[in-house]
Design a protein around this ligand. Structure first.
Ligand SMILES: NC(=O)c1ccc[n+]([C@@H]2O[C@H](COP(=O)([O-])OP(=O)(O)OC[C@H]3O[C@@H](n4cnc5c(N)ncnc54)[C@H](OP(=O)(O)O)[C@@H]3O)[C@@H](O)[C@H]2O)c1
Length: 342
């Protein structure tokens, strides 16, 4: 059974001499399965200079979260106890000294501090103001909470790293996943011809997102299918044997962007021999990138799929679902209100 304790919601403190206000958060004091996620009351943070305090309405759930939960360490920094979560959508509650980007009451979204702990599975988060951007017009908090980490990953892989150009051929693996469903749309928005791999049940969705060619990875060998495709860019969120196999679809001079840290199977030497670039990319907080993503959303060229929404206290259920590796789009925790609202 999950070690979750139901605790009452807190209200924001207004008296600076009062004891620190408490907030609800999901914490873990050991590495392990989803059952280590516990609902606790903890002091609400205060923004330092250059930081904002955000009342969190929604927090995206990412593979980085359940990997961190299971290993007990963040990529950089804290060991348990800690609060998971990197994706934040919410409203600015306080602005620290020197903040000019936002005012109290602004709706914002962002992926603050990554890969350092951000603590988004909580009612409040403090982080540098520049790690956020205004929430795209027309999006709910839930939709905005689904975007930052996955969309920034897709943007930084396709645009900053691979410099995708109109007419280029882009292969996106796991194209219906959190990163993938955004990557295919960003590649389309850059004018690329987009090929996506996914199980056949998700091909209709991928077509509706503009994917030009879909490959059922369960019944088709993408290397065979794309033997003469001369792909320009591959985005690979799969790792293992996939980067080495994907390399065989690239034209000389093409780029493979792997989203998993290189292991023994990473084809560094093969890439050099084939005259292609093969790199591992780690997403970074990125105010300018978020603004580009906002533009795409507001122009109707980027649609985020928040497929499953759980209340904060059901973070363990959200992790169990995510760890199946079979989800479509994103999983989001609703921190304010019910799972279906805002
Ligand atoms: N380096 C970075 O900065 C960075 C940033 C973000 C994410 N990542 C990493 O990238 C990976 C993907 O993240 P995500 O959020 O997109 O994950 P996700 O949403 O959990 O991915 C789920 C999707 O993967 C698909 N899938 C699974 N195996 C597949 C295969 N062999 N071929 C094609 N599709 C397959 C599933 O489709 P089916 O149901 O059809 O199988 C499902 O739609 C994670 O390992 C994550 O840690 C790295």
């Amino acid at each position: 059974m999950d070690r979750t304790t139901t605790v009452p919601a807190t209200t924001a403190a207004t008296d600076p001499t009062a004891a620190p206000a408490l907030m609800r958060a999901i914490s873990q004091d050991a590495a392990g399965g989803p059952e280590v996620l516990t609902l606790v009351e903890t002091p609400r943070p205060s923004p330092g200079p250059g930081e904002i305090l955000v009342r969190v309405h929604a927090a995206g759930v990412n593979p980085a979260d359940w990997k961190t939960r299971a290993r007990g360490v963040f990529a950089v920094g804290a060991t348990p106890p800690f609060t998971l979560g990197f994706d934040v959508a919410g409203v600015v509650e306080e602005a620290g000294a020197g903040v000019t980007l936002f005012r109290v009451g602004d709706a914002v979204y962002g992926m603050p501090r990554f890969p350092h702990p951000a603590g988004a599975y909580a009612e409040y988060v403090t982080a540098p103001a520049r790690h956020f951007a205004p929430r795209p017009r027309g999006l709910t908090h839930i939709q905005a909470g689904a975007l930052p980490l996955a969309a920034l990953t897709a943007w930084q892989a396709l645009v900053d790293t691979a410099d995708v150009r109109p007419g280029q051929r882009v292969l996106v693996h796991a194209a219906a996943g959190g990163v993938g469903h955004l990557a295919v749309q960003i590649a389309k928005a850059r004018g690329a011809y987009v090929i996506g791999t996914a199980g056949v049940a998700k091909h209709g969705l991928l077509r509706s997102l503009g994917v030009d060619e879909v490959i059922d990875y369960r019944t088709e060998d993408f290397v065979e299918t794309l033997r003469d495709a001369a792909v320009d860019v591959v985005v690979d969120p799969l790792g293992g044997p996939s980067p080495a196999r994907s390399l065989r679809t690239l034209r000389p001079g093409g780029t493979l962007v792997s989203l998993l840290p290189p292991d023994d199977a990473f084809p560094a030497r093969e890439a050099e021999a084939a005259g292609v670039r093969a790199v591992f990319m780690l997403v970074e907080p990125d105010h300018a990138g978020l603004r580009e993503i906002t533009s795409l959303v507001e122009d109707g060229r980027l649609r985020v799929i928040a497929d499953e929404v759980f209340p904060l206290e059901e973070a363990a259920r959200a992790h169990r679902l995510g760890e199946t590796g079979r989800t479509t789009g994103k999983i989001v925790l609703s921190v304010v209100g019910t799972a279906s609202s805002s």
